[in-house]
Design a protein around this ligand. Structure first.
Ligand SMILES: *[C@@H]1O[C@H](CO)[C@@H](O)[C@H](O)[C@H]1NC(C)=O
Ligand SMILES: *[C@@H]1O[C@H](CO)[C@@H](O)[C@H](O)[C@H]1NC(C)=O
Ligand SMILES: *[C@@H]1O[C@H](CO)[C@@H](O)[C@H](O)[C@H]1NC(C)=O
Ligand SMILES: *[C@@H]1O[C@H](CO)[C@@H](O)[C@H](O)[C@H]1NC(C)=O
Length: 313
């Protein structure tokens, strides 16, 4: 009897202690705003020099974030000001150079600013998807390590590593969804270049920086498909979490209930990361002028793989 009583008291004391610890330590930003990088269009036209696929915007909005476009070729000064106003940044997929494009220049600046901020305790998350993942691996390693793979337009199950259990990214995914991700083709791949496990392993910088959470293979080469940084809130997926719920033009994009859940659990994870950042715009007017609501998405599904795009000058 006495020992049971003792255990109960301890549990209550622990609960009270941890509750006050969390309210003291963790402030939550319930109005997160996330930047999404634009990129050059293939055939520029007046008013259409760069774009963002709307699926990335919907992806973040679906988990309770608002979006600002990071319009490329702005000055570093303007982008640094924007960095101090937003709560995270997403490097989307696409088809531009990760060495010379305006997209790659903006990505390099945000990556450097994020490393500096996080090192000073200013929590600033980055998610790189597909091209954005490849961009992150180049920024971290300062080397082009990518290999050609046969992965343009195929849905695959994730081959999880032993590191997944302790990961940030997947820790709130329900067990049944993790089982589906491991056994069903839920993650859509649209890339001709990949970071092979062999090349990842050869790079000391990548190995020190990233924990590999999943791999895949094209039948010939095994490649890294999900990473998260050890010391920084920096995450990368070679696959497209945003397409399952929001893109319909290609037959290989999975839309099963588990595939749709994959979109939302990934979005919820990243938006929760952004809720840990407390940057704000200088004024409500500045915030309003920056939001993507100032632009209208255009229906492009008849001519492109994206249903809708936002275009910029
Ligand atoms: C951005 O700058 C690069 C040159 O550095 C140029 O090639 C590209 O067309 C510019 N893109 C836009 C959208 O202005
Ligand atoms: C990466 O892998 C490819 C083969 O797919 C190889 O040609 C290339 O040299 C590798 N890069 C490094 C730095 O090992
Ligand atoms: C590429 O992969 C597809 C399956 O996704 C397969 O049908 C095709 O034969 C492969 N092509 C080559 C050249 O291996
Ligand atoms: C998963 O990865 C492990 C370790 O690299 C490998 O041995 C195994 O063959 C892979 N499984 C599949 C289905 O690709």
């Amino acid at each position: 009897m006495t020992s049971i009583h003792f255990v109960c008291v301890l549990t209550i004391v622990n609960a009270v202690l941890s509750a006050s610890y969390f309210t003291a330590e963790i402030k939550t930003n319930t109005r997160p705003i996330i930047g999404v990088l634009a990129q050059e269009v293939y055939n520029p036209q007046p008013g259409r020099n760069s774009y963002i696929a709307a699926s990335y915007v919907k992806f973040l909005e679906s988990a309770g974030a608002r979006v600002v476009p990071v319009i490329i070729n702005k000055s570093d000064e303007e982008n640094t000001r924007l960095f101090k106003s937003i709560n995270g940044v997403l490097f989307p997929g696409g088809g531009v150079s990760i060495e010379t494009s305006g997209y790659s220049r903006a990505a390099a600046l945000f990556y450097r600013l994020a490393l500096e901020a996080n090192s000073k305790g200013d929590y600033f998350p980055i998610l790189g998807i597909c091209l954005g993942f490849e961009q992150l691996t180049l920024l971290t390693s300062s080397q082009l390590l990518l290999s050609h793979t046969n992965t343009s337009g195929v849905a695959l199950p994730l081959n999880f590593t032993d590191e997944t259990r302790d990961s940030q990214l997947f820790k709130d995914f329900p067990d049944d969804l993790m089982k589906s991700l491991a056994s069903e083709s839920l993650t859509e791949n649209s890339h001709q270049w990949s970071l092979t496990t062999a090349n990842f392993t050869k790079s000391e910088r990548l190995k020190k920086f990233y924990r590999v959470l999943s791999t895949n293979t094209d039948g010939q080469n095994e490649f890294v498909s999900t990473v998260e940084a050890y010391e920084f809130p920096i995450y990368g997926t070679q696959w497209h979490p945003e397409k399952n719920a929001f893109e319909w033009t290609r037959p290989y994009i999975p839309h099963t209930p588990s595939a749709i859940k994959t979109t939302f659990y990934t979005a919820q994870f990243f938006v929760n990361e952004a809720r840990k950042n407390l940057h704000t715009f200088g004024s409500t007017e500045e915030e309003q002028k920056a939001l993507i609501y100032n632009y209208n998405p255009v229906y492009t599904g008849t001519e492109s793989s994206f249903e809708q795009k936002y275009f910029f000058d």
